[in-house]
Write a protein that binds this ligand. Structure first.
Ligand code: TYM
Length: 334
């Protein structure tokens, strides 16, 4: 069997990039007969960015849990849990911290971007940077290594983190014996970086997202605001680098995508292409949107599922952490 694991940070409302890049491939993978899947809500990671906004973390956790369930996650088959319900994860984070080299973490994109921005602005390099941002990849390594995941379905922005998890795992194995599986990123190339409204990567930090569960009317309005060039109806359009085309592709069959490519060459009007994109996404999302609305109205039901999931996940994490504690020379109580 293959172990598959992925998480979503609970710092906002899930968007089409999260869905196409991570949720959709993860749900499909979990249906394979030879797969064991671990999908979780990364609420410890959320604290890095949402410091001082507890209501947002709480709300987002509920929304993202409801999204997984609405997207068709089967809690009988899948280990579905909230990161902060598994105390073994922060404990493993410390064991990994003590083998992770600082130089490795200095190179993490998110931390480096914050430092580079400060330097460019003539500030102290670490101004406004918390240790959570610096340690982010170690916590993520603990998430992955705890459950011996082989395959981690993610968007392109997470590849470096998974390589760091491999590095840290290899270092631990070298020092203490073969305890960890070295994970690999599983990237769906056609949606590895879904663009947002402005053509940059769809991201909460760029404020260019299309929420997965916008109403039909909102969805239509957002799609109308996607940037396009100024080519008039009748003029051939270039699918290369077109956010509209890439979004269309992410929600279409290969045949539909080829038909749209031909329509671009034939000079389809932007308005018409946007209408086609709207219909494509709305059709894909509508049944999920209904299930989502029903679920979000029953937080106690979601909470019950997460509690069961935590117990299931801990039945793996507790004995494994005991094994690791012994391996590094710590004593286990009881
Ligand atoms: P997060 O919450 O930023 O994003 C969740 C998933 O969505 C993917 N994604 C995208 N994919 C394609 N195009 C986009 N525009 C786009 N935007 C986001 C991300 O690549 C990710 O797969 N650190 C992780 C959460 C995490 C995790 C883990 C993931 C914590 N522990 C262990 C895997 C394994 C994060 O912040 O993702």
């Amino acid at each position: 069997t293959t172990r598959i694991l992925t998480g979503i940070t609970t710092s906002g409302t899930p968007h089409l990039g999260n869905y196409a890049g991570a949720l959709r491939p993860a749900i499909a993978a979990s249906q394979r007969a030879d797969a064991e899947s671990f999908y979780f809500l990364a609420d410890y990671h959320a604290l890095i960015k949402t410091g001082g906004d507890p209501a947002r973390v709480h709300r987002s956790t509920l929304e993202i849990a409801a999204t997984w369930l609405a997207a068709g996650l089967d809690t009988e088959r899948v280990w579905f849990y909230r990161q902060s319900d598994i105390p073994e994860i922060p404990e493993l984070t410390w064991l990994l911290t003590c083998v992770a080299s600082k130089g490795l973490l200095n190179r993490a994109h998110a931390y480096k971007a914050a430092v580079d921005k400060n330097l460019a602005e003539g500030e102290d390099p670490d101004a406004g940077v918390n240790m959570g941002l610096f340690m982010y990849p170690v916590l993520m390594a603990a998430d992955i290594l705890m459950f011996k995941a082989h395959s981690v379905p993610v968007g392109r922005d997470q590849i470096q983190h998974i390589e760091m998890a491999r590095d840290i795992a290899a270092r631990f194995n070298h020092l203490y014996g073969e305890h960890f599986v070295l994970p690999e990123a599983a990237i769906d190339e056609s949606v590895a970086t879904l663009p947002g409204l402005d053509g940059r990567k769809m991201s909460k930090s760029y404020d260019n997202t299309i929420p997965l569960f916008s109403s039909s009317a909102e969805l239509k309005k957002l799609i109308a605001s996607i940037v396009t060039d100024s080519r008039a109806p009748g003029e051939p359009k270039d699918p290369e680098g077109s956010a509209l085309f890439e979004l269309y592709q992410a929600f279409s069959t290969p045949e539909q995508t080829e038909a749209m490519r031909a329509a671009f060459a034939g000079g389809i009007a932007w308005g018409e292409a946007k209408q086609a994109l709207f219909e494509q996404i709305d059709t894909a999302v509508a049944p999920m949107r209904e299930r989502y609305q029903a679920l979000i109205a029953q937080p106690e039901l979601i909470e019950a599922r997460l509690k069961e999931g935590a117990a299931k996940a801990r039945s793996i994490a507790t004995p494994f952490l005991a094994e690791l504690r012994r391996a590094v020379g710590l004593r286990n109580l009881g």
